[in-house]
Design a protein around this ligand. Structure first.
Ligand code: SF4
Length: 558
């Protein structure tokens, strides 16, 4: 590392992962725990990248920053893989970035949420903090302490409001917000955050409908047993506790005794337990269920469950899996950072730049090359594209103009997203451009721009183009895909395929073979393999050549 003194903090962190072997420590243990460990490494790297963006690349400043975070209890929560088939109990902070079908947010009552108390006092005195400067600068404020206190309250409230926003936006389908009518013996009003979203008629009770929201006041007491206080209730509560404790003892007689005693106390009588057992035995039969459950657990090697509703596939993610299943896991599932990304950033940025210019030019249906250049110059000023090789990008734009200048007017859509269900999985994609075929009302051409010099092989182009065709016809059933084009701006000719007798055949005038209809089935098959590997582990590729160029070597290998 001595020779790498000029590394950014985030790059230095990856260097430490690599040289210490930390990143590879989890490579051979493909379990939920090891995935969470890798996600934590990613989290630290993200923290460093964000820090660099605002405060520069000084390592000692970053260490100071971590210390301050630590002292202020502001460390990010450890990464967790949410269990899809269980109820996940978590703080709002640790729910950041996660989404669930159904979310319950509790305690939306006054003085519970927002909470004005709690949190650690910042180490920096208010006099030195920007948020309080106006108070100290304003000579008309006599009681600065009080003003600071008020301001702190406002700041805390804003923090809590952001937190409420996080909580309320975690749900994909249903969001339940709850509060109790009484806490201990005190009646509480609803949280002001609830009032903000229209819950202003709460005293009326019953159901209140307000837009998409419905409020329901439930007057049933949910914790009757706990609030009752009698000798019987106390005995029942004690037996229940003993029963729970005895469950772990493995002492069958003890467990049964507590179970039956508790049942008798609940019912208020002791029945003939033997008779009860004999008559119910066929319904109980726990051996069969136990075998079934243990079988499922044994089968599921790494403790994580694949859920097709939460995962989507794309042409490029399928391609990554084919290249190397382990790379798929690191790149698509865990989104681990790589060092080698700098090497390809130039070409990647150029591709993104050209795509952006073409998106604007085509959607505007430009009619002159001069306008294309104007758009190029505007986009080039964006901070993301600083350092892009404009000369190389212009060469691609020139090729585009020569081939497309007479067709831009036919454009129907640009940058079109789609999601299509195939074989029980969801496939997504992003189509650069869709044109209407001249002289038709519902026949379309899909165009994908490629700016590199390499050409996808027959298998890859069949997969990508046929997926796009299925996707767009799913989203827009009124259109029929007639033509599929790979507009290869770095090569002599585009590759075009046209529908003929139910098949896409090459229309490029060469002897190129048509698209293989089986490609979509093959992609579904690969999605099945991914679903399997999600639970059983992703293997490394056997083709060592693939590792040579791979940015994920850092997490892989011996
Ligand atoms: S280094 Fe090789 S085995 Fe590891 S992820 Fe990359 S391609 Fe796969």
């Amino acid at each position: 590392m001595c020779g790498k003194k000029n590394l950014d903090v985030s790059d230095l962190i990856l260097e430490v992962y690599d040289q210490s072997g930390l990143s590879r420590q989890f490579a051979h243990t493909d379990t939920k725990r090891s995935r969470e460990a890798l996600l934590n490494l990613r989290q630290l790297h993200e923290l460093a990248s964000n820090f660099e963006e605002f405060h520069g690349r000084d390592l000692s400043l970053f260490i100071d920053y971590l210390e301050i975070l630590d002292e202020m209890d502001g460390n990010p929560s450890p990464a967790r893989i949410a269990d899809e088939e269980a109820i996940n109990l978590m703080t709002i902070h640790s729910a950041k970035g996660l989404e669930f079908k159904v979310v319950f947010v509790t305690n939306l009552a006054k003085d519970k949420f927002p909470l004005y108390r709690g949190g650690t006092e910042p180490l920096i005195p208010p006099e030195l903090m920007e948020q309080y400067r106006d108070i100290f600068d304003d000579e008309s404020i006599k009681d600065t302490e009080k003003a600071v206190r008020e301001r702190k309250k406002e700041i805390k409230k804003e923090e809590e409001r952001r937190l409420a926003y996080v909580a309320l936006t975690r749900a994909k389908e249903h969001l339940f917000l709850t509060l109790a009518i009484k806490y201990a013996d005190d009646e509480r009003e609803p949280s002001e955050f609830l009032l903000d979203i229209g819950y202003d008629n709460w005293r009326a009770g019953g159901n209140i409908l307000y837009g998409d929201l419905s409020y329901f006041r439930d007057n049933d007491i949910k914790v009757r047993e706990m609030v009752k206080d009698s000798a019987l209730e106390r005995e029942k509560a004690m037996r229940k506790r003993l029963l729970i404790e005895s469950l772990d003892s493995g002492n069958f007689a003890e467990i049964m005794k507590n179970t039956l005693l508790y049942q008798a106390l609940k019912a208020g009588e002791a029945p003939d337990f033997k008779e009860l057992f004999d008559s119910n035995w066929s319904k109980i039969n726990p051996a069969e269920d136990a075998e079934k459950i243990l079988g499922i657990i044994k089968e599921n090697k790494n403790g994580v469950k694949f859920n097709p509703a939460t995962m989507t596939f794309s042409y490029s993610s399928i391609n990554t899996y084919e290249n190397c299943p382990r790379q798929y896991e690191l790149k698509e599932l865990l989104r681990m950072p790589t060092r080698d990304s700098e090497d390809s950033t130039g070409a990647m940025n150029r591709g993104t730049f050209v795509h952006k210019v073409l998106e604007m030019a085509v959607s505007e249906k430009i009619t002159t090359k001069g306008r294309l250049y104007e758009i190029r110059d505007t986009v080039a000023k964006e901070p993301d594209f600083r350092g892009v090789d404009i000369e190389a990008a212009t060469a691609a734009l020139d090729v585009f103009w020569e081939r497309n200048k007479n067709r831009i007017a036919n454009n129907l859509m640009v940058e079109q997203r789609f999601a299509v269900p195939l074989g029980g999985f969801t496939f997504k994609g992003f189509i650069d451009r869709v044109d209407l075929m001249p002289g038709t009302k519902n026949e379309i051409e899909i165009i994908d721009y490629k700016t590199g010099k390499s050409e996808p092989g027959p298998d890859a182009r069949s997969k990508q183009l046929l997926l796009y065709a299925r996707g767009i016809e799913h989203v827009y059933p009124q259109y029929k895909v007639k033509r599929l084009t790979l507009e290869q701006l770095g090569l002599l000719n585009p590759r075009t395929f046209e529908m003929n007798d139910g098949k896409f055949e090459s229309a490029s005038g060469s002897r190129m073979e048509g698209l293989d209809e089986k490609a979509v089935e093959d992609m579904i098959e690969i999605a099945r393999k991914i679903a399997h590997d999600y639970e059983y582990g992703f293997e490394r590729t056997k083709d060592e050549k693939a590792c040579g160029e791979c940015g994920y070597r850092l997490y892989c290998g011996e």
